[in-house]
Write a protein that binds this ligand. Structure first.
Ligand code: AMP
Ligand code: MG
Length: 416
């Protein structure tokens, strides 16, 4: 989709146009080699093939006796067979000698099988006395043995390039001696909040002041999305201070909040451009979050999120979060779930509305979607009480019983 540059800045654009501009400007993800420990939660860039077979050597699946099957083929509950116990193979200490006809060795789970043996008799089916063992159960040839390579062979595919390294994958890699993997590097994000009215949570507050909730909100959201916060700052509504603060922020993504509307004290756009950021769009036909601004310098994308915490969060959820996913090697997208409206949900406004909704699980009936009560863009409870949002076009009604996708507030690192 080619969107005219002049239109992007002069007119409000649609949600789809804004998303397309972001997608057109995503730099390639960064890749790094990590130790297995540091790769937990990361996303592999390449297929991983095994350097060795598993099991590495044929071993016992049980505690018992390693035998030659030909010696015990006649054994049964009514006919016991006695073998001479000539040694032991323990986990980590294999038996060094040979096992001849009529002989057996004690063996532990995981211990190497002597090469002459082909079967393990469980300790429960035996009785040991005076250096010999009596076996009085029917024994199948090859029972209770884990054969070399029965799980996978050297060169087999172990992990697909889209795998996320979590505990089982880390264990698998460690089990075959792999110590390092290539994974996507989490994208770096700088956060800069603007507003002369802001004080930090915990500090003394005057009647006319506002507690800064955007900083913690964005930091948490970035962390949950798999991004890495590398820089945080807060500036007053001062042109020069805003220019300097943006100049100091170095990251893949810079998130500014506030100061992006048309007020006399809104300096973010001007300050970004004074730092040679090229504007990509400003203002989207949506509610909340109309004044969203995007600019680019080299590979860095700078968002001017609105100051209202709800607007800032909705812009984050719909535009920044999928971008972080893409920079982390996932696809650009959202976690969604399909649900059924419990009652009519209507957009009576003139812009697309990101309506916050609650989801309820109805046993055997999937999710129901309910319009969250308070929707004011200054009301954080409209987020904390909601599970996600639906987007309705102006005049659109999601009728009771109608299905819709809900964009969920799930920011965990999941493939989407
Ligand atoms: P602005 O976009 O700068 O005009 O801010 C819009 C509204 O959001 C104002 O009521 C601000 O006080 C409020 N606001 C801006 N930044 C923050 C913040 N970091 N935390 C809480 N409220 C904020
Ligand atoms: Mg402000």
């Amino acid at each position: 989709m080619e969107i005219e540059k002049t239109k992007q800045m002069a007119e409000m654009i649609s949600i789809e146009e804004a998303l397309q501009i972001i997608k057109d400007n995503i730099p390639g993800p960064a890749i790094q080699e990590y130790s297995i420990e540091d790769a937990i939660g990361r996303h592999l860039t390449d297929n991983i093939y095994s350097p060795e077979a598993s099991p590495r050597f044929t071993n016992s699946a049980m505690d018992g006796y390693a035998v030659r099957w030909e010696d015990v083929r006649e054994a049964s509950p009514t006919l016991s067979v006695s073998l001479k116990v000539v040694g032991e193979s323990r986990a980590g200490i294999p038996y060094q000698g040979q096992v001849k006809n009529g002989e057996a060795i004690r063996i532990n789970t995981g211990a190497m099988l002597a090469s002459e043996c082909d079967t393990v008799v469980r300790v429960e089916d035996t009785e040991e006395q005076d250096d010999s063992v009596r076996i009085s159960a029917s024994i199948k040839q090859g029972q209770d043995i884990r054969r070399q390579g029965e799980e996978f062979q050297e060169g087999d595919l172990l992990l697909h390039e889209e795998s996320i390294i979590s505990a089982p994958q880390a264990a698998l890699l460690a089990s075959v001696g792999i110590t390092k993997v290539k994974a996507y590097k989490p994208c770096e994000v700088a956060v800069m909040v603007t507003g002369s009215e802001l004080v930090s949570n915990g500090d003394a507050i005057a009647e006319h002041q506002i507690r800064d909730s955007n900083m913690i909100m964005l930091r948490a959201a970035i962390q949950e999305s798999g991004g890495m916060v590398t820089h945080c700052s807060r500036v007053s509504d001062d042109r020069q201070a805003t220019i300097e603060s943006i100049g100091q922020a170095k990251a893949d993504i810079i998130l500014c909040t506030g100061g992006v509307s048309v007020g006399r004290h809104d300096h973010v756009k001007e300050a970004a451009e004074a730092n040679d950021y090229a504007p990509l769009f400003w203002r989207i036909r949506q509610k909340p979050g109309k004044p969203l601004y995007l600019a680019k310098k080299d590979k860095t994308l700078l968002f001017g999120l609105p100051g209202n915490p709800v607007s800032a969060f909705m812009c984050y959820a719909h535009y920044v979060r999928p971008l972080i996913s893409a920079l982390n090697g996932f696809s650009f997208g959202w976690p969604t779930v399909s649900g059924e409206a419990a009652a009519d949900i209507i957009n009576r406004g003139k812009r697309a509305n990101m309506i916050r909704v609650q989801l309820a699980w109805r046993p055997n009936g999937g999710f129901s979607i309910t319009h969250a009560e308070k929707q004011g863009s200054h009301m954080l409870t409209s987020l904390s009480d909601a599970d996600g949002y639906v987007i309705l076009e102006p005049g659109q009604t999601l009728k009771s019983g109608e299905r819709s996708d809900v964009y969920r507030y799930v920011f965990r690192r999941e493939p989407v």
